[in-house]
Design a protein around this ligand. Structure first.
Ligand code: M6R
Length: 611
């Protein structure tokens, strides 16, 4: 959510900032802007829409060795040029970009207005730059910045330049991610590593409350108590190639095609433990809490969006195979509700980005209550990964498409591994866990078979693209996939879709069914198949069209449904991997059939770092 990039060094900043913005555009794409320090003055360009609109406005020969840039996902104030970042103070000496929400902005704005500051936008961000300007009247810039952030309530990732100190770049973080790339004679600040990796792999993670003062010769980082802190430099394992489309028309399609590898990478070096009696240790990231894991009596999964639906699939797995009572809760609800978690509860955060504000805050709340906090996170070094007691990385590689796809397959894989780990500590026998692990290893090939048959799904997507409403239905392990399928088609194709437990349909949603309202049934051959069939009969009786996902070999289903997509046979607990890929491809092809930019769906942003 909102991309930030800042540069200071010996090169011209503009190409670095522009390239960084393009790579960060998936975080927000309402408007964009750049400020450069030029001959002790600041020059700013802003544009509504994509980064390409901004690019048209700037002469590529504009020079400056220090600059900041931003791509916005609007919170306060509509997407417009005046609301685009960077924002400036009255004297046009300070320029600032921000990610997050300043909760006390109205109060600060009133105060600053009384002191004569004139505001030109509707944003919460603009108060920060005026606040620094006000405080800098009597203090050094660093002192003013330190004081200003102390007065802010809410969340921020900030990058700031000032014409008074043209050889410096400042940044500060609380609640919104910010990292510093350390190059040779140059530094790049960004809200995520994808804007940095083509320049350097050396990264410093800023923690909440920290402020960085950066010059071309080095950087100093001060903690919330204003003490200079020594920071570790990490090496990121992310290549430039990984953040490119590599011949695919969209990141979303590339990432759907990476699902088999996402599962393989999640299992690599971990699944072996369950294949032989003297197999390896439990997943490395959980070793430090192995004893504590044995004592937990309950799991609460907290997550948002697609990660939440993965969590729901995890509940079915964990309860069936480990016997541990498991609840799944939207992270945004968990935090503000009286809950009963204690030291015998493990609170498990699932997050692709590792930066989702609601999930992060839920974990912080759980920690305060003494729970063991665990993470299933894709982005290495992200805040959730760093703040949980232990966890398992997905290793799915960067996910750029705003719609989450390969991360989902990866999260499901890790949830199976976690289930087997906890199950073996409890009631699951070696032979049972071995049988599951063996089947799990076959999943990537089965997803590949679905991908080879992509044209079947593409044709169906074209056939059904004109419908504006859908019910997605499934039972048991297919219920979370119904929810995930409905979310995906909503996000990508702007089609109204509702995911329901198939058994719930007759309790209300059936009222919607007619020939113009189709149903997408997830109906693999499993223990609830007959029940799912009854639901289909009910839809048919009301002239509703049915598109179904069924297990290969089930010819009989054709008598009932209008169209069917077959998936390879798999154990009931794992069919979700396969039907998820079908729903992802279907949403992708409906979205592209309608001519939408599926990588940047309207109103959305990757990594939701505001509450
Ligand atoms: O990074 P996270 O997994 O924490 O993100 C959670 C949701 O914001 C995310 O899954 C969102 O719902 C996606 N747009 C789904 O495609």
């Amino acid at each position: 959510m909102c991309g930030i990039v800042g540069y200071i060094g010996k090169r011209n900043a503009l190409p670095v900032l522009m390239d960084g913005l393009k790579r960060l555009e998936y975080r927000g794409y309402d408007s964009a802007g750049i400020s450069l320090v030029q001959k002790k003055r600041i020059k700013t360009w802003r544009a509504v829409g994509r980064v390409s609109e901004l690019e048209k406005k700037i002469n590529i020969e504009e020079m400056g060795n220090v600059g900041i840039a931003h791509t916005r996902w609007a919170t306060h104030g509509e997407p417009s040029e005046k609301n685009a970042h960077p924002h400036s103070d009255c004297g046009k000496n300070i320029s600032l970009v921000h990610n997050g929400i300043i909760e006390n902005y109205a109060e600060l704005k009133k105060l600053l207005s009384k002191k004569g500051h004139r505001f030109s936008s509707e944003t919460d961000t603009e108060v920060v730059v005026h606040l620094i300007e006000e405080l800098a009247k009597k203090k050094t810039f660093m002192e003013a910045l330190t004081e200003a952030v102390r007065l802010l309530e809410g969340t921020y990732g900030l990058a700031i330049i000032t014409s008074k100190e043209p050889g410096k770049l400042y940044c500060a973080r609380k609640g919104s991610p910010l990292i510093l790339g350390v190059g040779t004679d140059e530094f790049i600040v960004a809200s995520d590593a994808s804007a940095i990796v083509s320049h350097t792999k050396k990264i410093v993670y800023l923690e909440d409350g920290e402020i960085a003062e950066i010059s071309p010769d080095g950087f100093n980082i001060f903690n919330a108590k204003n003490h200079k802190t020594a920071k570790q430099i990490f090496e990121v394992n992310l290549t430039d190639e990984q953040v490119k489309k590599q011949g695919f028309p969209h990141f979303m399609l590339k990432e759907i095609f990476q699902q088999p590898d996402a599962v393989r990478n999640a299992l690599r070096g971990r699944v072996e433990k369950f294949l032989s009696e003297d197999g390896g240790p439990i997943p490395g990231g959980l070793l430090c809490v192995e004893k504590r894991l044995k004592k937990i009596r309950r799991i609460v999964i907290v997550a948002c969006g697609t990660s939440y639906y993965a969590g729901l699939a995890g509940k079915y797995l964990l309860e069936e195979f480990s016997g541990l009572p498991t609840e799944v809760e939207s992270a945004s609800e968990f935090r503000y509700r009286k809950n009963t978690i204690d030291e015998h509860t493990a609170v498990l955060a699932i997050s692709q980005s590792g930066e989702t504000a609601d999930t992060l805050e839920a974990i912080r709340e759980a920690k305060l209550k003494g729970a063991l906090t665990l993470g299933i996170v894709n982005t290495v070094g992200s805040t959730i990964a760093r703040e949980t007691d232990a966890g398992i990385y997905c290793h799915a590689g960067p996910e750029i498409g705003v719609a989450s796809t390969k991360a989902f397959s990866s999260q499901l894989s890790i949830l199976v591994l976690l289930t087997l780990t906890l199950g073996r500590q409890r009631r699951l026998s070696f032979s049972e866990s071995k049988a599951l692990a063996t089947e799990l290893q076959k999943i990537p090939e089965k997803i590949e078979a679905i991908l080879r048959d992509k044209n079947t799904i593409k044709k169906l997507a074209k056939k059904y693209a004109h419908f504006s409403d859908w019910l997605y239905l499934g039972r048991k392990y297919s219920f979370p996939i119904a929810l995930e399928g409905a979310l995906k088609i909503k996000e990508i194709s702007y089609v109204h879709a509702e995911g329901y437990a198939a058994g719930e349909m007759k309790h209300g949603p059936i009222a919607l069914i007619d020939e113009k309202f189709p149903s997408f049934f997830i109906a693999p051959t499993d223990s609830v198949y007959e029940k799912t069939m009854s639901g289909m009969q009910e839809v048919k009786a009301r002239k509703g069209k049915i598109l179904a996902v069924a297990t290969a070999g089930n010819k009989k289903i054709k008598d009932l449904v209008d169209d069917v997509v077959y998936i390879p046979a798999a154990p009931e607990a794992f069919s979700s991997f396969l039907s998820a890929t079908v729903t992802h491809l279907f949403a992708y092809y409906v979205g592209t059939a309608k001519g939408y930019d599926v990588d940047r769906p309207r109103n959305l942003a990757k990594s939701v770092t505001v509450e």
